[in-house]
Design a binder for this molecule. Structure first.
Ligand SMILES: [Zn+2]
Length: 76
């Protein structure tokens, strides 16, 4: 196993998902976590879905995505 050291960077990305990226739950090991009553940044949807996701390296993280346009609105 290779360790990645990012000294001096406290905002180390947990996994390779970017805000605004289209998120396909079926392409990830994603499990529904909770719903949010926030408006989507990219379309008119008024709710977001939070998923706990795991990337190919086993890193866990949570993201809020839009169920309509499937874009990532936030990480949390
Ligand atoms: Zn949307």
């Amino acid at each position: 196993m290779e360790q990645v050291n990012q000294i001096g960077d406290e905002e180390t990305p947990i996994f390779q998902i970017s805000i605004g990226q289209t998120f396909k739950p079926y392409a990830w090991r994603a499990s529904h976590h909770m719903d949010f009553q926030f408006e989507c940044l990219y379309c008119d949807s008024e709710s977001l879905k939070g998923y706990q996701v795991e990337d190919q390296y086993g890193n866990m993280g949570k993201i809020a995505t839009c169920p309509d346009c499937e874009r990532v609105n936030a990480k949390y």
